[in-house]
Design a protein around this ligand. Structure first.
Ligand SMILES: Cc1cc2nc3c(=O)[nH]c(=O)nc-3n(C[C@H](O)[C@H](O)[C@H](O)COP(=O)(O)O)c2cc1C
Length: 351
């Protein structure tokens, strides 16, 4: 369990906010797979306060994903406070402030990672949001803008003094983008200097690494991002490992089931055309490392419509099931779906 202000999470695992990825269906899947907390993609405070329709859609939620953290980004204290008020009104159980995004279009407005150069502004924003925010407030920071600038420890202490309930720390410099590696020693250092919980984040790729991060840094919670894309099982596997149970790889039928649930949640949210577009990207991840994955992905890139997509996925997983049961031939042709997969492969990548 993890205590964030008055809120008790069921465990210490948090799904990272990822723009373009952690939409509502993704968060619901992560929650089903054991994440203790999920976070929305970062949402523009300016867009929210201007009642921009597309921006406001990011606030859509579902009871299954609660408790939900809504992440906002911006640079003006009053606008951030108003955006936080709207997020809480829309059902946020926590509000998180993005203070780490390195994307140029965000940084040039003074938001995201740019804030780490301005400790005074950070204090103003957290104070303003805290004043109107009745739910737990967290801030997600990086190691700093660049070495030699204001440190993560300084920023975390400001956050604590201004009333934040926890700090989430991804210990790369903003100037680093995603290159190099996350320096977990910085998490340990920040943890030793503040009283509020510290959630560590960065380069956790397996359940073993999730546990290692806690052991090495003493952090209170672990946030997992990229490793959960196409692999939401990582949450349950980490919980298993925590309980000294062997983390189990999902069976083929379990993978297929989650993919089809993901598909249908996306269709409900976004309609057939957009769901197909998003799912095409996700399937690249869901099939990563699986047998014939390369051939399936190559075959799949040419498919536009949802019925063919669904048939190809069925065909692929039938092949995998046959293979795992030791049936001869990876792609037997005796039924239409399997033949479709085989034909797709032939059409796109040759025999
Ligand atoms: C595609 C993508 C989108 C991201 N979008 C956000 C975002 O909206 N807000 C945020 O705070 N961090 C964002 N991040 C950073 C992640 O939350 C996380 O800090 C980073 O990926 C390091 O964790 P990981 O090594 O477990 O992936 C994003 C990362 C990726 C790869």
């Amino acid at each position: 369990m993890l205590q964030l202000g008055p809120l008790t999470l069921r465990n210490r695992l948090v799904m990272a906010p990822m723009s373009g990825i952690t939409n509502l269906p993704f968060r619901r899947i992560a929650k089903r797979m054991g994440a203790g907390l999920v976070v929305t993609e970062m949402i523009s405070a300016v867009g929210l306060t201007r009642r921009n329709k597309k921006t406001c859609r990011y606030l859509q939620t579902h009871p299954e994903e609660r408790p939900l953290s809504v992440q906002i980004f911006g640079s003006e204290p009053a606008i951030m406070a108003e955006a936080a008020r709207m997020a809480v009104g829309a059902g946020a159980d926590l509000v998180d402030i993005n203070m780490g995004c390195p994307a140029r279009k965000v940084v040039k407005t003074g938001a995201g990672g740019a804030l780490l150069r301005s400790p005074g502004r950070i204090g103003d924003i957290i104070t303003a949001v805290r004043a109107i925010c009745p739910v737990p407030l967290t801030v997600k920071i990086r190691a700093g803008w660049s070495p030699g600038g204001p440190s993560a420890t300084l920023i975390a202490r400001i956050a604590e003094d201004c009333g934040a309930d926890a700090v989430i720390l991804h210990p790369r410099w903003v100037s680093q983008g995603f290159s190099g590696r996350a320096d977990w020693d910085i998490i340990a250092h920040v943890k030793s200097r503040v009283r509020i919980p510290v959630i560590g984040n960065g380069d956790v790729r397996s359940p073993f690494q999730a546990l290692a991060m806690r052991e090495q840094t003493g952090c209170d919670g672990v946030m997992i991002g990229r490793a959960a894309i196409g692999n939401p099982w990582i949450f349950q596997q980490t919980l298993d490992l925590e309980q000294a149970r062997e983390p189990k790889a999902p069976a083929i039928h379990e993978r297929k089931e989650i993919i089809s649930i993901h598909f249908s949640l996306l269709m409900d949210l976004a309609g057939e055309e957009r769901a197909a577009r998003i799912m095409r990207g996700l399937l690249m991840w869901y099939t990563k490392g699986l047998p014939f994955g390369n051939r399936f992905r190559a075959a799949f890139t040419g498919i536009e419509d949802l019925p063919t997509m669904t048939a190809a996925v069925d065909a692929y997983f039938s092949c995998l099931e046959d293979t795992s049961r030791g049936l001869p031939g990876a792609c037997p042709r005796e039924n239409a779906d399997r033949a479709l997969f085989a034909a797709l492969i032939q059409e796109h990548v040759g025999p």
